[in-house]
Design a binder for this molecule. Sequence first.
Ligand SMILES: Cc1cc2nc3c(=O)[nH]c(=O)nc-3n(C[C@H](O)[C@H](O)[C@H](O)COP(=O)(O)OP(=O)(O)OC[C@H]3O[C@@H](n4cnc5c(N)ncnc54)[C@H](O)[C@@H]3O)c2cc1C
Length: 333
Amino acid sequence: LRVQENYNLSGLNTFGLDIKARYFVRVQDKESLYEALEFARDRQHTVLVLGGGSNIVFSGDYGGLVLTPDFRGVDIARGEVSAGAGENWHRLVRHTLDAGLSGLENLSLIPGHVGAAPIQNIGAYGQELENVFLKLEATNIRTGEDAIFQKSDCEFGYRASIFKNNFRDCWVITRVYLTLSEVYSPILAYKDVQEEVARLQIDDPAPENISDIVIAIRRRKLPDVSVQGNVGSFFKNPIISSEQRDKIQQEYADLPSRHAEDHQYKIPAAWLIEHAGMKGMESGGAMVSEQHALVFVNIGSATVTDVARLTELVSSAVHKHFGIQLEIEPAHY
Ligand SMILES: Cc1cc2nc3c(=O)[nH]c(=O)nc-3n(C[C@H](O)[C@H](O)[C@H](O)COP(=O)(O)OP(=O)(O)OC[C@H]3O[C@@H](n4cnc5c(N)ncnc54)[C@H](O)[C@@H]3O)c2cc1C
């Protein structure tokens, strides 16, 4: 087991924050995972599981053990697919499409590892992981015991699961199982996707067409992490009551909204941020992207303080203008 001390994590979080872990270890099999957890237990260190670092914001150096589960291997047997936690998500998507399976095409190009996908029930362009999720294998951080979580155990919700709530930082996910389909019915819920299908005059889109379209839209809309560090959406889209929506619409008739459950509405946080005058707002090296107001970008050596200040500035501006409290989407430590 190769535990490294005072390990620099700047290349391991896509925002590019220059922070350190007291200890860092990468594990590729169960034996080394058990050993790493024992190492932390013996020294009474907390454990932070780090995948691709594309949905995580740090508020300082991490004082415990940062552990990356680099479990590999993809198995495809008819519609059932399983993949090790350390596999790249987008590569898995393309692999399943090559195998003639559909279900993941709308989730193309989401950065990160397979093991992190259930944490916030990743979703994009009308599809969410929970719709294709079967089960996962995980190891308990405190006891080292292995367990299987079926879909109903995971309490999936909008950018949420039990692993982001009650079981936060309790389990290391090692393998994820999905059920995909050999029969295809395209998910065209999003206007951007519909418009692109029409523009390209595709009468009967195949999963690969939708994947290519989603990739093109994402490349056009989102800042490129290799150019400007970021963690994708910085806030969740808030869900508000119909009364609250009606009140805001009295002043802003063009307020976009999508119907959610129980007479509630999901409002695009990007719209709120833009209309609160925060697009392009800077705090040191951190900025609200000019390209997409929901994304904070690193415009050069952003510090944890810069990110914290920008979070506060944007949240309070949105609260002041609309009375809505934004909730941060990435995991924060
Ligand atoms: C440009 C960009 C676009 C994005 N677009 C989307 C999008 O459209 N939809 C969407 O849902 N997300 C999106 N994201 C967020 C992110 O890509 C996903 O949440 C992704 O699943 C995170 O994977 P990761 O491996 O980088 O996780 P990390 O950032 O490493 O970790 C995120 C959280 O998961 C935990 N975790 C990670 N791996 C494991 C594991 N094996 N076991 C237990 N816990 C674990 C961590 O402890 C942490 O709490 C985007 C991010 C970026 C940068």
